[in-house]
Ligand binder design. Structure first.
Ligand code: BGC
Length: 248
């Protein structure tokens, strides 16, 4: 099945058609910078532009950086607050003229890693953590997703963990990888102690640099980098819309 996968991120909105059986993008991803403020209408216009770029006329899956329940955004940590309560699926269906499924971005990246990447065939409790503008989490138990875990927002030293340990925090603080990794390690240790996962898969932009900080990480669970790296969000979004394709 070929589905257009779209990943809405804090700095860029990216899309490409995906072969969902193979878990591969069928062309170069098309990227447009996220409009300043990331308001619903502006983001919808960009998603419409991505669909038009591929002359798309079919199902679209979108990974979005917020809690998404039944197509509606419920939070907005790094996008405009007016997303809260917005029916993201209806809005983006209107902007593209296509059926759209929207799910949390970390959840869909996790789905891609579990099916095609570092989590393939892994049983037990697996966490995917996306390290980017935010800290995204996806929790799987024996391959089944517990959706909308927002564990990037646990409290650490009286602050939101994401504010301290995301890649945006590293850049904001102009921190060396090792200095940042000490903080990120404390974050991982919290999740490790609370959930006792078997495996952490680290994804998002920062995971490409894992060789610079791997030695600072010390938890019980095994740690591996994501395999699909940049593509997990797009591939996962497409996978998430498979059911939608069957309905049409
Ligand atoms: C949001 C999550 C999202 C993560 C990664 C967080 O700020 O609350 O919903 O998955 O960023 O984008």
């Amino acid at each position: 099945m070929v589905i257009l996968g779209v990943d809405v991120g804090g700095s860029g909105i990216k899309g490409a058609p995906v072969d969902t059986e193979k878990g591969v993008m069928l062309s170069e991803r098309f990227r447009i910078p996220t409009p300043g403020g990331a308001e619903p209408q502006a983001v919808a216009l960009v998603v419409g532009e991505i669909a038009r770029n591929f002359a798309w006329n079919g199902p679209i899956g979108v990974g979005f950086p917020a809690v998404i329940q039944h197509g509606v955004a419920k939070t907005a940590a790094n996008v405009h607050k007016s997303w809260i309560g917005t029916h993201a699926e209806d809005l983006l269906a209107g902007a593209t003229g296509c059926p759209v499924r929207v799910l949390n971005d970390a959840d869909v990246a996790g789905m891609a890693e579990m099916r095609f990447g570092a989590g393939r065939g892994r049983q037990g409790v697996v966490f995917i953590i996306t390290i980017g503008t935010g800290l995204g989490t996806a929790l799987f138990t024996n391959g089944v997703l517990v959706p909308n875990t927002e564990l990037g927002h646990i409290e650490m030293d009286g602050q939101d963990a994401e504010w301290q340990a995301s890649d945006a925090a590293r850049q904001r603080g102009k921190m060396k990888w090792t200095a940042w990794a000490k903080r990120f390690n404390r974050y991982l240790q919290r999740l490790d102690a609370l959930f006792w996962p078997d495996l952490f898969i680290l994804g998002g932009g920062a995971s490409k640099k894992i060789d610079k900080f791997r030695s600072e990480l010390d938890v019980h669970a095994e740690i591996v980098p994501a395999k699909l790296a940049n593509e997990a969000g797009i591939v996962g979004a497409a996978i998430a819309a498979e059911a939608l394709a069957n309905e049409h």
